[in-house]
Design a protein around this ligand. Structure first.
Ligand SMILES: Cc1cc2nc3c(=O)[nH]c(=O)nc-3n(C[C@H](O)[C@H](O)[C@H](O)COP(=O)(O)O)c2cc1C
Length: 83
């Protein structure tokens, strides 16, 4: 919910919940962001699974956004590797 609230404050963003993206063709997007809270030291499992099969435009620029309780490391590292 923290993460969603943060994203809802961004302008010009099409926001899709990870559970509702089956119908969306992300190939059209030039910029794609993956967002999640941190749970037990990692991004949501659903986001990690999605990233493994995600089809991006070759030229797409990708960002990773997360909210967490304790900012003690880069929690995005494993997703960066997957992407
Ligand atoms: C079950 C659970 C586990 C969490 N584990 C961590 C953690 O390991 N490290 C951390 O920094 N924050 C942790 N948090 C805090 C969340 O990452 C933080 O509240 C985040 O904003 C949650 O995002 P959301 O509200 O979008 O789900 C945890 C929160 C919950 C509920």
């Amino acid at each position: 919910m923290h993460t969603q609230k943060l994203l809802e404050n961004l302008d010009n963003v099409d926001l899709y919940h990870v559970n509702d993206i089956n119908q969306v063709d992300f190939i059209e997007y030039e910029y794609v962001g993956f967002a999640s809270g941190i749970y037990h030291g990692q991004l949501s499992n659903k986001i990690m699974e999605l990233a493994k099969e995600f089809k991006l435009n070759d030229k797409a620029r990708v960002s990773i956004i997360y909210t967490c309780g304790l900012k003690i490391k880069n929690y995005a590292k494993s997703l960066e590797k997957t992407l």
